[in-house]
Design a protein around this ligand. Structure first.
Ligand SMILES: Nc1nc2c(c(=O)[nH]1)N[C@H]1C(S)=C(S)[C@@H](COP(=O)(O)O)O[C@H]1N2
Ligand SMILES: [Mo]
Length: 431
């Protein structure tokens, strides 16, 4: 079923394919001989959405959707996201809905490679730390909270494929435009503190992350995705094992009850529904670590060029980029005093300046740029613009980081459509 660029009502979605809708939104499994009943996490999710328990849930049929949700969007608990794919669920946020300095949970994009787990009870959830450690550990969320310092940090997560939709020739995969990026506030413990307690043995080079989601095939022996990071990255101060998002429980689609957050690196490093971190003496080779996944050619290539597999390298930091969150494309504005604002980020570097242009790049206006609230958070910028006369204008934004690297105008094409950091352009009418 193709649902690209369509935001569907929950009812429409359930009418079309009630069983898969059930599975995706509430984790309910129906069997051919027996109607499945909502239980565990699915029931918790539905209850949370209703704001109360459902006493007669046992007699609620499969594919049933409470009438109280009549006006809910297909993406429950999310507001205004565009659904790019429904199996697995992938949804991005339009730029103008990313206007907040810190991204609210209902505006955080969703990128799933498989089917989210059904049982996400935070009281029984455990995280295993094993592999090349002195003391393998199995920790509950309560253990994490009581044995390690709990920190709050605003951290940017961007999918490696954000911007893929603009590639020509096109690259296969989710056709993300601009909105597979967010900067929420996460509460958790530092990965480095947990690894230090476990005791990192000599010879460790990489982490390996395992989540509780199911492969699309349903095969319990297959992981949908398992990535890792070099141990040096894992031991930095802003890599968190998070159990809260914006001061509340994680959203089920954003990894409840526990996830990694590795800011500035491809979102795929930030394992959701986190169950295990395994330390290895080789570069991790789990699903979506090998081949051409989250990799780019080791040299610039021409659009459409074939690249040998051995010439692909693992993506580490994400490139310098900015987003204009106000005004939105299509806005009608007065000529005087229009505020232009947005965010900028650059892997694990800081942004030094953000400039905008209203004359197709001929001249640039430096904006007021804020410092990040902490290391790993995007930076907010704004300025006020006066337009000389009525008409159509484009506002372009160009961020420059502290290594002096600025965003390009054109996309550096690569076969899998990663790392598109070309400038964001917004078209406005001055009336
Ligand atoms: N277990 C698990 N973790 C995962 C994924 C997944 O499919 N399964 N997707 C990854 C990818 S590719 C991205 S971009 C981020 C997105 O995080 P979000 O869905 O909370 O926005 O989660 C990452 N963590
Ligand atoms: Mo991603």
């Amino acid at each position: 079923m193709s649902v690209k660029n369509e935001s569907k009502g929950l009812f429409a979605y359930f009418e079309k394919d009630p069983e898969s809708a059930d599975r995706h939104f509430f984790g309910r499994i129906s069997h051919s001989d027996r109607r499945g009943f909502l239980r565990g996490a699915g029931l918790t999710t539905m209850g949370a959405m209703l704001g109360m328990a459902i006493p007669y849930h046992r007699t609620m049929p499969a594919g049933f959707i409470p009438v109280a949700f009549a006006n809910e969007d297909a993406l429950t608990g999310k507001d205004g996201l565009t659904l790019l794919n429904d199996r697995p669920v992938n949804a991005e946020t339009p730029p103008q809905l990313l206007d907040d300095p810190i991204t609210p949970t209902n505006r955080h994009f969703i990128r799933n490679n498989g089917l989210p787990p059904e049982d996400v009870d935070p009281t029984t959830w455990t995280l295993t730390i094993d592999g090349l450690v002195d003391n393998p550990m199995e920790l509950t969320i309560a253990d994490l909270k009581s044995n390690f310092e709990v920190v709050n940090m605003a951290l940017t997560i961007e999918c490696g494929g954000n911007g893929r939709a603009f590639f020509d020739p096109p690259a296969s995969g989710n056709q993300w435009t601009l909105g597979a990026v967010a900067c929420s506030e996460w509460t958790g413990v530092r990965l480095k503190d947990v690894l230090a307690k476990a005791g990192v043995k000599d010879g460790v080079v990489y982490t390996a992350h395992v989540g509780a989601d199911t492969h699309l095939s349903g095969d319990p022996g297959k992981l949908p995705i398992s990535r890792g990071v070099p141990i040096e990255k894992a031991m930095t101060d802003n890599v968190l094992i998070a159990f809260e998002m914006n001061g509340a429980a994680l959203h089920p689609m954003n990894g409840a009850p526990l996830r990694l957050v590795v800011p500035g690196w491809p979102g795929s490093c930030s394992q959701k529904w986190l169950k295990r971190i395994w330390l290895r003496d080789v570069v991790h080779d789990g699903p979506k670590m090998t081949g051409t996944s989250y990799r780019v050619p080791n040299r610039p290539v021409a659009p459409g060029e074939e690249v040998a597999k051995e010439d692909f390298v693992i993506i580490e930091r994400m490139p310098v980029k900015s987003l204009i969150t106000s005004p939105a494309t299509g806005a009608e504005l007065g000529a005087q005093g229009a505020e232009v604002r947005g965010h900028a980020w650059s892997g694990d570097r800081k942004i030094e300046r953000v400039d905008i242009s209203i004359d197709f790049g001929a001249t640039w206006i430096e904006t007021e740029l804020e410092a990040p609230v902490n290391d790993g958070a995007w930076q907010n910028w704004r300025t006020t613009v006066n337009f000389p006369q009525a008409g159509y204008y484009e506002i372009w934004a160009r961020a420059t980081d502290d290594a002096g690297v600025a965003q390009p105008f054109a996309i550096a094409w690569n076969p899998k459509g990663y790392l598109n950091n070309s400038m964001h352009r917004v078209g406005v009418r001055i009336v």
